[in-house]
Design a protein around this ligand. Structure first.
Ligand code: NAD
Length: 428
C-alpha cells in the first residue's frame, strides 16, 4: 500500500529537478518554496462526538488539510470513508493545489475527511455528523479562506447541511456580512448550486480528448474508447464523447462491463442498466459482458479509468494496450504503473488535468454566489471549454520541451505558477 503523502512529496521532488534550471537566479528561494510545499500549511485534526439514534454517543476522527493558499483560498472536497487517513488527506490537499493551478483558477488546495462508513448511519445521524464537521472547520473556512465541496460519499445535501450550520455559527459570532453559501460548492441548484456542475467533470475530460485527437490526427469515428465506471463522471464522459462522434466501445460498473467492438450509444446502455440494475443484458445483446480487469486491457485508442483509485498498477500496467490513458478518476494509476506506461509509450493525461472540469465549475459556482449571478448551463460550458483547452495545450508544450510523463509535464506548469505566486508575495 502506497503512502499517499510520501507519493505526493516524491512527485514534487521530481518536478523540482525539472523546474530548478528556470530559477537559477533564485535557487535558494526556489528550494525554500519546494520545501514549504512538501507539507500542508495547516492540518486540523479532531474528534467529533455525535448522538446516535439510540441515544448513545459515538466519536469520529475528522481532518481538514489546507495545503497552500498562495494563489487564492484553499479549495477541496470532504470525504466520508472508513479508509480516510491523515496521509491521504494531506496528499489530496497537495494535489488540489496543483489541480487548481492547472486551469488557472484562483485557488489553493485543501481537502477534508471523516473516518466513517456513512452506510452505517441513518440520515439523521449523517446530518448530525455533517453539522458537527461544519462547526469543527468553521473558524478556518469561508468564501475567501477555504471553500469545501463534496468528494467520495458526500453530496449536495451534505453541503446544504454544512452551509446551513456554518450560517448558524456565523450568526452566533455576530458575523452578518459574509455569504455562507459561497463558502461551500457542489450545493444543490435550489441552494446556490451551478447549472452544468453535474456534467462538468465528464465534459471537461472530453474537451481534453478532443484536443488530444487533434494533436494526434485521430478521426473521432476511428477512435475507440473504453471507460471504467459508469457513474457521474463515466456516464458524462461517455455521453459527450459519443455526441462528438467518438466510438465508445466499453463501459463498466462495479460488477462488470459491456464491450461492443463496433461502438454503441451510452444512453442505450444506461437505459438497460436502469431497467435491470446491471450492464449484463445490454452486453449480451450487443457484444460481450467482460470483467473490469479485462476492460482495462482492451485494444482501444483511449482508456478512461473513471471509478476507483489504484486500478492501474505494477501487475497490469504492461498489459494496457491503449495509446492514451485519460485519468478521470482521482489517482487511478500507481506511481510504478506510471513509469511502466511511460516506458511503453502510453501517454497518461493525469487526473489533475483530465478531471479539473469539476473544480473549475465549482469555481464558477463560487463566482455566481459571490456576485449574485445565476448563469445558464451554456454560459458555464462556454467558460469551461477554453480553460480546459488551454490547460491541455500547456501540458502538450511541456511534453514537447521535456522528455517526461504527462503527469510531470502537467505538474511542471502547475507547480511553477504556485512557486511564482509564493515569490511574488515574498513568502520565500
Ligand atoms: P460515482 O459514484 O457516481 O460513480 C462511480 C462508478 O464507479 C459507478 O459506476 C460504480 O459502479 C463504479 N465502480 C465502483 N466500484 C467499481 C469497481 N470495483 N470497478 C469498476 N467500477 C466500479 O462517482 P463519480 O462522481 O463518477 O466519481 C468517479 C471518480 O472520479 C472518483 O475517483 C472521483 O474521485 C473522481 N472525480 C469525480 C468528480 C466529480 O465531479 N464527480 C470530480 C473529480 C474527480
Amino acid at each position: 500500500m502506497q503512502n499517499p503523502h510520501a507519493v505526493s512529496q516524491k512527485q514534487l521532488s521530481q518536478v523540482a529537478e525539472l523546474l530548478r534550471p528556470e530559477y537559477s537566479d533564485h535557487s535558494e528561494r526556489f528550494d525554500r518554496a519546494i520545501e514549504i510545499l512538501k507539507e500542508p500549511a495547516t492540518v486540523l485534526e479532531g474528534t467529533l462526538s455525535i448522538e446516535m439514534d439510540d441515544g448513545s454517543s459515538r466519536d469520529f476522527t475528522a481532518y481538514r488539510s489546507q495545503h497552500d493558499d498562495s494563489r487564492g483560498p484553499y479549495k477541496g472536497g470532504i470525504r466520508f470513508h472508513q479508509d480516510v487517513s491523515l496521509s491521504e488527506v494531506k496528499a489530496l490537499s497537495t494535489w488540489m493545489t496543483w489541480k487548481c493551478s492547472v486551469t488557472g483558477i484562483p485557488y489553493g488546495g485543501g481537502k477534508g475527511g471523516i473516518i466513517v462508513d456513512p452506510k452505517e448511519l441513518s440520515e439523521a445521524e449523517l446530518q448530525r455528523l455533517s453539522r458537527a464537521y461544519a462547526r469543527f472547520i468553521a473558524p478556518e473556512i469561508g468564501a475567501w479562506r477555504d471553500v469545501p465541496a463534496p468528494d467520495v460519499n458526500t453530496n449536495g445535501q451534505i453541503m446544504a447541511w454544512m452551509a446551513d450550520e456554518y450560517q448558524l455559527w456565523l450568526n452566533e459570532q455576530g458575523v452578518v456580512q459574509e455569504n455562507p453559501l459561497a463558502a461551500f460548492t457542489g450545493k444543490p441548484i435550489s441552494l446556490g448550486g451551478s447549472q452544468g456542475r453535474e456534467e462538468a467533470t465528464g465534459y471537461g475530460g472530453v474537451v481534453v480528448l478532443d484536443a488530444l485527437a487533434q494533436k494526434k490526427g485521430w478521426k473521432p469515428a476511428e477512435t475507440t474508447i473504453a471507460i471504467q465506471g459508469f457513474g457521474n463522471v463515466g456516464y458524462w464522459f461517455a455521453y459527450h464523447a459519443h455526441q462528438r462522434g467518438y466510438r465508445v466501445v466499453a463501459v463498466s460498473d462495479s460488477r462488470g462491463g459491456a464491450y461492443v467492438e463496433s461502438g454503441f450509444n451510452p444512453d442505450d446502455a444506461l437505459k438497460t442498466k436502469k431497467a435491470d440494475g446491471s450492464l449484463e443484458t445490454f452486453a449480451n445483446a450487443h457484444g460481450e459482458y467482460i470483467t473490469n480487469d479485462a476492460l482495462l486491457e482492451l485494444p482501444v485508442t483511449v482508456l478512461v479509468p473513471a471509478a476507483l483509485e489504484g486500478v492501474i498498477h505494477e501487475k497490469n500496467a504492461a498489459e494496457i494496450q491503449a495509446q492514451v490513458v485519460i485519468e478521470m478518476a482521482n489517482g487511478p494509476t500507481t506511481d510504478t504503473a506510471d513509469e511502466i506506461l511511460h516506458s511503453n509509450d502510453v501517454l497518461v493525461v493525469p487526473d489533475v488535468l483530465a478531471n479539473a472540469g469539476g473544480v473549475t465549475t465549482s469555481y464558477f459556482e463560487w463566482v455566481q454566489n459571490l456576485h449574485g449571478y445565476c448563469w445558464k448551463r451554456q454560459e458555464v460550458i462556454d467558460k469551461l471549454e477554453p480553460l480546459m483547452q488551454e490547460a491541455f495545450e500547456k501540458m502538450w508544450k511541456a511534453l514537447e520541451n521535456h522528455e517526461t510523463t504527462g503527469r510531470m509535464a502537467t505538474y511542471l506548469q502547475a507547480v511553477k505558477q504556485v512557486v511564482d505566486a509564493m515569490m511574488l508575495r515574498g513568502r520565500v
